[in-house]
Design a protein around this ligand. Structure first.
Ligand SMILES: NC(=O)c1ccc[n+]([C@@H]2O[C@H](COP(=O)([O-])OP(=O)(O)OC[C@H]3O[C@@H](n4cnc5c(N)ncnc54)[C@H](O)[C@@H]3O)[C@@H](O)[C@H]2O)c1
Length: 277
């Protein structure tokens, strides 16, 4: 039996993280698209990692439980990384809420029952969650602690009609849920944190940067303090720190990694985006 590192969502961000924490462990690669998981497995196997793949849809508890059983069969689950998600331009409101909000909450809940002592996890949220104004203390509490099966029935979630809002609430919920779950994961000797990236160059973001909405993207990047987009490796470096022995005192926290874009959105050159984003 080996230590096991689970990655759900095998895109560029997920791969960058697993390369940094997966050496010497059995890596479980889960994705809705098994072809994506298999492609990631080929790259990782050719670089000396041991992997297995499994089709998983995080919007289904049954599918997550299947993933948990698969992971446990290889050994102690030491790391869990969730880099699965759908974006506002990819999916309707219902799918965004089911995958990004509910799915992430169920994943945290179910892996929180099996995570090994000394284990750690990272959830990829988004800067989008930081573009939502303040919620009430009661709304925060409801998003953090409501039973998973009740989350999508909350009035202020049920009333969402636009995909950007659905994404923003989902990503805010990820952060709150991580805070709540840190209290449960801690009882098992494990930590859990979230990372909220800004624009990170992945195949999808690269398409956007060369597509019809290119000008808006470039203006946003130019108005940020860093004046560039981020790379999956930079997110990977942060995740590696959080999941390492040096990160043991960090749990239930969220880390913005956006080149200062959120700061500029609220207080700097990017304030014009408040009208549309
Ligand atoms: N790329 C960015 O600029 C950026 C910025 C902020 C946040 N994020 C977040 O980072 C995460 C990863 O994004 P990425 O850019 O690597 O995108 P990506 O599309 O390359 O990777 C996401 C993966 O999730 C998988 N997936 C989608 N729905 C799923 C489901 N129901 N169950 C299991 N897997 C599913 C997809 O098949 C895909 O392989 C997402 O949560 C995204 O919201 C990305």
């Amino acid at each position: 039996m080996k230590d096991v590192a689970v990655l759900v969502g095998t895109g560029s961000i997920g791969q960058a993280i697993i390369r940094r924490v997966g050496a010497g462990k059995h890596i479980v690669l889960g994705d809705l698209k098994i072809d994506a998981a298999n492609a990631a497995a080929k790259i990782l196997e050719d670089a000396g990692f041991e992997t297995s793949t499994v089709a998983v849809d995080i919007s289904s508890r049954e599918s997550i439980l299947n993933l948990v059983e698969h992971a446990k069969s290889f050994g102690a689950v030491k790391n869990v990384i969730n880099a699965a998600g759908v974006s506002p331009s990819q999916a309707p409101v219902s799918a965004i809420l089911k995958v990004d909000l509910y799915g992430t909450a169920v994943l945290l809940e179910e892996f929180g029952k099996v995570i090994a002592d000394g284990g750690s996890g990272v959830i990829i949220s988004s800067q989008s969650g930081h573009r939502l104004g303040a919620l009430t203390e009661e709304q925060n509490f409801q998003l953090a602690t409501s039973p998973t099966e009740k989350l999508l029935e909350l009035d202020f979630i049920k009333s969402i009609t636009d995909t950007l809002k659905a994404y923003q609430y989902s990503k805010r919920c990820n952060v709150l849920r991580v805070a709540y779950e840190a209290t449960r994961w801690g009882k098992r000797g494990a930590t859990i944190n979230s990372i909220s990236p800004g624009i990170i160059i992945t195949p999808l973001a690269n398409d956007e940067l060369h597509g019809p909405r290119k000008d808006g993207y470039l203006k946003m990047i130019d108005g940020s303090p860093a004046k560039r987009a981020g790379t999956p490796d930079e997110v990977g470096d942060l995740a590696e720190f959080l999941m390492s022995s040096r990160g043991k005192f960090i749990s239930g926290a969220d880390f913005l990694i956006d080149g200062g874009t959120t700061a500029s959105y609220w207080y700097g050159d990017l304030q014009y985006l408040k009208k549309t984003h």
